[in-house]
Write a protein that binds this ligand. Sequence first.
Ligand SMILES: O=C(O)[C@H]1O[C@H](OP(=O)(O)OP(=O)(O)OC[C@H]2O[C@@H](n3ccc(=O)[nH]c3=O)[C@H](O)[C@@H]2O)[C@H](O)[C@@H](O)[C@@H]1O
Length: 291
Amino acid sequence: ITGGAGFVGSHLVDYLMMQGHELIVVDNFFTGRKRNVEHWLGHENFELIHHDIVNPLFIEVDEIYHLASPASPPHYMYNPVKTIKTNTLGTINMLGLAKRVGAKVLIASTSEVYGDPDVHPQPETYWGHVNPIGPRACYDEGKRVAETLAYAYAKQENVNVRVARIFNTYGPRMHMNDGRVVSNFIIQALQNQSITMYGSGKQTRSFQYVSDLVDGLVALMASNYTLPVNLGNPVERTIEEFAEIIRDSVGCKSKIVELPAVEDDPQRRKPDIARAKRYLDWEPRVPLKEV
Ligand SMILES: O=C(O)[C@H]1O[C@H](OP(=O)(O)OP(=O)(O)OC[C@H]2O[C@@H](n3ccc(=O)[nH]c3=O)[C@H](O)[C@@H]2O)[C@H](O)[C@@H](O)[C@@H]1O
């Protein structure tokens, strides 16, 4: 598992360790943290390697979950060149490893391949609407190339690939400074500070709980389905509604303040999950308000 000490990666690690698998976790600790997986250190089935996948890696494995990349917009924009390298060179290295050892490889892609979509909700057949030179391009285009690489290796080298397009995910172990909307709003509400809404708040997102995502990733790896699959919760909310939900659940007096809009911020986002339902028999089970 690359990026296995990250927020999503570490939940996948917990799940697979509980199932009795032998894991090698690879992380450069740029956004991942050792404490997310430290409860497994010393377990005979668990190995943690401090390694940056921009450099080749020589290990023996049967399956690769390739999750490594900063995912929060402020983090991936912090060093755009590094973000591109991780998603291109890093993905080439993981596909090369898969080819050498005959492993199956699952690439963690993103809803951001759809850009600021003009099709709604987004099915996997939609090609997307991405600004190739905007501030998000390092991540969006990086992931698009990662997908292209996956299918090029599949065609040319017979590598067995899976591609998950992951939609906004939240849950325990998101970093306090993650910078994405769920953790920002919750921390602001808990500290009775203003809730920072970027733009009008009319833009929408559809939030999925991390355990649902982990179930989807494992089901996709186990399936025979090789085309991209959206993994997300289709319940859509405006960011303003979401701010109100957080404020009401925390029961705080925070004001919701409107800050300047983010450049190229996708205005609507909601996964069409018909493919995941049909081929993986998967759908999210945890509603936003239960958590
Ligand atoms: O999860 C996804 O599907 C992809 O999209 C996310 O990007 P984004 O949806 O823009 O994530 P956030 O930074 O959480 O922003 C969500 C919305 O809330 C807004 N926001 C964010 C933070 C904040 O303090 N206030 C606020 O209004 C943003 O402008 C945006 O409209 C991230 O890029 C990735 O985690 C991921 O690949």
